[in-house]
Design a protein around this ligand. Sequence first.
Ligand SMILES: Cc1ncc(COP(=O)(O)O)c(C=O)c1O
Length: 438
Amino acid sequence: MSDLVLPAERVMAEPGELGRFGEHGGRFVPESLVPACARLEEGFREAWSDPSFHRDLERLLTVYAGRPTALTPAWRLSAELGITVLLKREDLAHTGSHKINNVLGQALLARRMGKTRLLAETGAGQHGVATATAGALLGLGVTVYMGEKDIERQALNVFRMKMLGAEVVPVTSGSRTLKDATSEAMRAWVTCLDEAHYCLGSVMGPHPYPWMVREFQRVIGDEARRQSAAELSTGIPDYVVACVGGGSNAAGTFAGFADTGARLIGVEAAGGAAVASGRTGVLHGFRSYLLQDENGQVSEAHSIAPGLDYPGVGPEHAYLNDIGRARYVTVSDEEVVPAVHRLARTEGILPALESAHAIAWVIRAAESGELPPFSTVLVTLSGRGDKDVATLMEAPAPTGAPAPTGAPVPTGAPVPTGAPAPMEAPALKEAPALKEEQ
Ligand SMILES: Cc1ncc(COP(=O)(O)O)c(C=O)c1O
């Protein structure tokens, strides 16, 4: 796969003062926000070059957020699919998703810059919960903007945010989901620039957000690279797969593998597939691929996963797509629910609906032969599914879900046949089938 290797300094690098990733990114904001974005960039550059900031962040990520998160071989799913699936377990991070990595970084930065409050938008509620958590930890006030529709389907997370002391502001405009919550949070920020930091939840928004958030999420990919080197006899997985809403968990994961031969796959929701179906446009302060109607108006996105129904995508993903370094695929709602059930039954892990998009693509690609037998596939499990239980209770359970025990194991599968008990199964590095592949 050496044809895919690009110099690390050219991909997933610093986007420069203009914050451009090819023709994407930039800073398209009202004049009133330009100084705030410039101050934030300066504050981030200064903090990011200060070893004491890194020490503080690393300590919080370790002793508070529970990093490093595990890299778990999905033993039974691997056996069923005839490939090796490794799960990067962001569901095990404090508050239940990868969002905590970025939020702890931004909250520390906000405090360093003398801010007393955090503003945030949220879709699935995980970013809101993470922001409320960091606010409680560091003594910062928190206001979270959330679409009414998401408030209904993510009631558990709304309750968690309030318990943590955050104010949750319902947003009633437009599609009443993430796009409208983001617009509202940006509007609110303009009114309190001196005391509040806008804690954006993904690799989107005006420069420096896409770059800064990717750097705060890079920890996922860096850990996963070290862990897969220890786990796989190939060292690097053949494929690295992550779901894409704005794209922060995927950007953080890809950053750890951008300079390797691993194929990077971003999985979008079919109804929110900005890379697959969008055109270049400007929204929320950045230029990227956006879902638009024939008049150039931003279209509404839809996904069963509230964190994926954003009509745009982070600018760096648009660039990675343009240069062919990453590939973006789509998964429909109908494929996602069976994927949740399958991971729950084979591995005892209930993934977030967002993360289940990545699992669903891996299942489809393995079963259709798109993923060659014996492939090694690292999937970032961006969050846990507790928050989605109400949605899943309403969705019909898939028929023909794999039997809880005794699922057939394909011959020649790269994991030990019938590997039912991870404790008894040999480490992947010692799995003979994997060595054969060298
Ligand atoms: C668990 C989980 N995964 C993924 C996402 C999508 O966000 P991103 O693409 O920024 O990782 C969200 C967003 O809310 C989420 O809660």
